[in-house]
Design a binder for this molecule. Structure first.
Ligand SMILES: *Cc1c(COP(=O)(O)O)cnc(C)c1O
Length: 474
């Protein structure tokens, strides 16, 4: 154990101190906390010097992994590089010094930015208008479904309480529908990974509020029958919701609005390069087709409050700092370069897929879009599972791909390289994945006990999830 692996409380030495404050900065009479509520005992804080604190946090940060540290092929999450110019712009005093309660007349520049960003997102997706208010993808889903429900209600169409969700869907889709008070109905996938249109037909009637889909779907496969699906769902009076988490490969290639989708969200922290992870702020703007515009939630950029509005989904108008970073990204790339993102993400995914399909089982052989799914190692006789491969990757300095999702296969490994990685990075990942396949055959126990050289070894994941120990003292 290195000395800095010690917890900060273990470094504590009574009397040591890293700050100096005046003895009693306030007159007793000016302290407004009632005496009964004031603490009398000292808080249990460590006694450490400034240098101890700085080293403690710096060393902790070095144990972390992020997209600025290394390759992060987490499927479905689109962990692309976050250009630093976004941060620089979000850090400008004129932006971070404003307050959401300021009168609109004093933040006209921000309103212009909101309006321009909405217009850019509408142009990219083929939607008529956007609300920027939701704070995450899942929050966008809920907002979109509230809009869907409101639309049917305003038309007096009260029977529509069922939402169709494919069996390959991200867990947030059925969860959002349930939170919105709608009933979830599952539509099956065909062996080729796309929606079973015949099964869909059997589910459609006048109780269907709509269908939630993502295209390309969670297997990274384009739903080629999307126009037919749109006609069928619209034909029975339902709406189409697009989960925009998979928008990345479509950038500059195709638009959900043109495919027949009526409502969609975008994950700005996926497609538009704003940082995510660690519970940090996100943004899930929701776009709608023209006839659903009155149902957008409040407050609205145009200041209007139509009677059909779906209510409020947030106190103010979204996570401004995140929206600003996405806006900077879109402007920095411009129309020409944003068109390259999707095709390059697709090329990178297919390059990895083709380079590894002899060592890992590829259940669906077709050309993928921005991501694809392996079903474990080609050689299943070693007992080495997808979880073991994911853990072993950490030893080589790569973040693990998404594992055990989608649920269609038992050993899913979902890889999404994004467009921001160089061929050299992809090649070293491929080399390591091949090496792990060899290790699994030669020394399965070593792979099954990985990781061996990370700060934290393999935790008991169930125990860690059920009984996390998150503080030093009981
Ligand atoms: C990430 C993701 C979501 C949820 O988005 P959050 O911003 O994490 O709430 C929904 N659907 C799919 C397919 C996703 O990949």
């Amino acid at each position: 154990m290195k000395y800095y692996d010690k917890l900060i409380f273990e470094l504590s030495k009574e009397g040591r101190c890293g700050y100096s404050l005046p003895e009693s900065p306030w007159e007793e009479s000016t302290v407004s906390i009632p005496s009964g509520l004031r603490r009398t005992d000292r808080p249990r804080l460590p006694y450490v010097s400034e240098v101890d604190v700085v080293r403690h946090y710096t060393n902790l940060s070095n144990m972390n992994f992020g997209v600025d540290t290394g390759f992060y092929p987490l499927g479905s999450c689109t962990m692309k590089y976050n250009p630093k110019i976004n941060e620089e712009i979000a850090g400008m005093a004129a932006f971070h010094g404003i307050h959401p309660l300021q009168p609109r007349s004093t933040v006209q520049g921000v309103m212009k930015l909101y309006s321009d960003l909405s217009a850019a997102l509408s142009a990219i997706t083929g939607m008529a208008a956007f609300t920027l208010n939701p704070f995450a993808g899942a929050h966008g889903e809920l907002t979109g479904l509230m809009i869907m429900r409101r639309y049917h209600m305003c038309r007096g169409d009260m029977k529509r309480t069922r939402v169709i969700v494919p069996d390959s869907a991200h867990g947030t889709n059925p969860a959002s529908a349930a939170v919105c008070g709608l009933e979830v109905v599952q539509v099956k996938s065909l062996p080729d990974g796309t929606i079973d249109v015949e099964h869909l037909k059997s589910l459609l009637d006048d109780t269907v509020a709509g269908i939630m889909m993502t295209n390309p779907n969670t297997l990274g496969l384009f739903e080629t029958r999307i126009e037919e699906i749109a006609d069928l769902v619209h034909g029975c009076g339902g709406l189409l919701y697009y989960d925009g988490a998979n928008m990345n490969p479509l950038l500059g290639v195709a638009r959900p609005g043109d495919m027949g989708f009526d409502i969609m969200h975008l994950n700005l922290h996926k497609t538009f390069s704003t940082p995510h992870g660690g519970g940090g702020p996100g943004a899930g703007p929701v776009g709608v087709a023209q006839r659903l515009k009155p149902c957008l939630p409040l407050p609205r950029i145009d200041g209007e409050e139509p009677e059909e509005n779906a209510g409020r989904v947030s106190g103010f108008m979204g996570n401004f700092g995140v929206l600003l970073k996405a806006y900077a990204y879109i402007l920095m790339l411009g129309k020409q370069n944003i068109r390259l993102a999707g095709p390059l993400a697709t090329l990178n995914a297919n390059y990895i897929k083709e380079s590894l399909k002899d060592c890992y089982r590829l259940p669906i052989q077709t050309v993928c879009k921005h991501e694809f799914v392996f079903d474990g190692l080609a050689d299943q006789s070693t007992g080495v599972t997808t979880l073991d491969v994911a853990k072993r990757l950490l030893d080589y300095g790569f973040h693990a791909p998404t594992v055990y999702f989608p649920l269609l296969f038992h050993q899913s490994i979902m890889i999404e390289p994004t467009e921001t990685e160089s061929k050299e990075t992809l090649d070293s990942f491929i080399e390591v994945m091949r090496m792990i396949a060899q290790e699994a055959a030669a020394d399965p126990d070593m792979v099954r006990s990985a990781p061996h050289n990370t700060p934290v070894r393999r935790p008991d994941e169930t125990e860690a999830a059920r009984h996390p120990v998150i503080k030093f003292f009981d």
